[in-house]
Design a protein around this ligand. Structure first.
Ligand SMILES: *Cc1c(COP(=O)(O)O)cnc(C)c1O
Length: 392
């Protein structure tokens, strides 16, 4: 049949190999904008859900489903939805659950861009926001108003590694749904849905993918809430693309191994740093000096993850020297959760947009550096840090 076509048609319709009966050992990438339909009957059947299928990738794609379903399983919940990034997941959750005049109670220490988005919604779209101390469920409850529609916290906060007492918080917030950013903990260490959260979300750009080569967000929770999120993600164009999901599915295969190793490495690095004279404070929930050590033991029995922060006596000048000294071994990279160890400076990157006085008052000093401990050999990481800190 093909030989009867003009070259233009062969080209325009090409790219299909012969059908085969053996299944690919790895999932294919459905790098397609849309899905061909046999006719209007099939379109109607897929739209109504009576037939499994896909129509247009903005609304759904097999690579989206594969990743989102696996994350939902790991979070021990019903359903999942992917978004273009962690911030797209925040947008989709807020836009699907709030309208003008609603009020949000949010943790006062959040990923900088999450706070910034809440402030922007408050300024421009008439949503009220109160930032409170999420370490205190009572303070969070006191911030509640008649129009409070959502509570937003991080399971382990960035960059101070505060651990939220989620069971107590959910209890304190009563009927107000609690949404948890579980990026730092991952479901390997903590599953918010088991403690009463309404929705959980991740920057899958971080641990879930874990290889520093993807921008992706994912939301998981009860099916009805996730359906609302997915509808908004599709309508506002916050959707992910298939290749990112495919890569993230591949990264997810080693998540438990990576988290276990990153956690044990981070604890050893934290213990090493705590003994160092140039360092004034080490912040890691696995250290008995951490404010939430007991809570972490109870809620995070399998480890506290790979993220830790520390403060230099020599403050910002020391940070500048340290990052320069480490450039060839532990790079200054304003992301986290890569397989390799990286370092960042919250006051100059993730929390740059905060008012400097607020930032300092909340414990994010100019001398605070954040380490994302990877799965490289911990002996190397410790000796590289030691060498660099001695230059301060
Ligand atoms: C990175 C990050 C985000 C934002 O995710 P992106 O994928 O970068 O958009 C949100 N929350 C936390 C805790 C993060 O680390």
């Amino acid at each position: 049949m093909d030989e009867e076509l003009f070259d233009e048609s062969v080209c325009a319709r090409g790219g299909w190999g012969d059908d085969f009966t053996t299944r690919p050992s790895n999932p294919p990438i459905y790098q397609t904008t849309a899905f061909d339909l046999h006719g209007v009957e099939q379109l109607e059947a897929v739209v109504s859900g009576s037939e499994r299928g896909y129509i247009y990738t903005r609304d759904g794609n097999p690579n989206h489903s594969a990743f989102a379903q696996d994350v939902a399983k790991l979070e021990h919940t019903d359903a999942g939805a992917v978004c273009a990034s962690g911030m797209a997941a925040v947008s989709a959750i807020l836009l699907s659950h709030l309208k003008s005049g609603d009020h949000v109670v949010a943790a006062r220490v959040l990923y900088g861009r999450t706070s910034q988005q809440l402030e922007e919604l408050a300024k421009r779209f008439g949503i009220e926001v109160t930032f409170e101390d999420s370490r205190s469920p009572d303070a969070m409850r006191s911030a509640m108003r008649d129009n409070t529609k959502l509570c937003l916290v991080e399971s382990i906060s960035n960059p101070l590694m505060e651990v939220v007492d989620l069971p107590a918080l959910v209890d304190a917030m009563g009927d107000v749904p609690v949404v948890v950013d579980n990026t730092f903990a991952t479901p390997c260490l903590f599953r918010p849905m088991e403690h009463g959260a309404k929705l959980v979300f991740h920057s899958a750009s971080k641990y879930l993918n874990g290889h520093g080569d993807v921008m992706l967000g994912v939301v998981a929770g009860e099916r009805s809430a996730v359906t609302r999120v997915r509808r908004v993600a599709s309508l506002y164009g916050l959707n992910a693309n298939p290749f990112e999901c495919w890569l993230a599915s591949r990264g997810l295969r080693t998540l438990p191994l990576r988290i276990e190793r990153a956690s044990s490495n981070a604890l050893r690095v934290a213990e090493f740093l705590e003994g160092h004279a140039a360092i004034s404070r080490v912040i890691y929930p696995g250290l008995s000096s951490h404010q939430n050590f007991e809570l972490a033991r109870r809620l995070l029995p399998n480890g506290c993850g790979g993220m830790l922060s520390f403060e230099l006596h020599s403050e910002e000048a020391g940070v500048r020297t340290l990052l320069r000294e480490l450039a060839e071994s532990i790079p200054f990279s304003p992301t986290l959760a890569d397989v390799r160890t990286t370092i960042s400076w919250p006051a100059g990157t993730s929390h740059k947009f905060m008012d400097p006085a607020d930032r300092r008052a909340w414990g994010i000093s100019d001398g605070l550096v954040r380490l994302s401990v990877g799965i490289d050999a911990v002996q190397d990481v410790i000796s590289e840090l030691d060498r660099a800190i001695k230059q301060l």
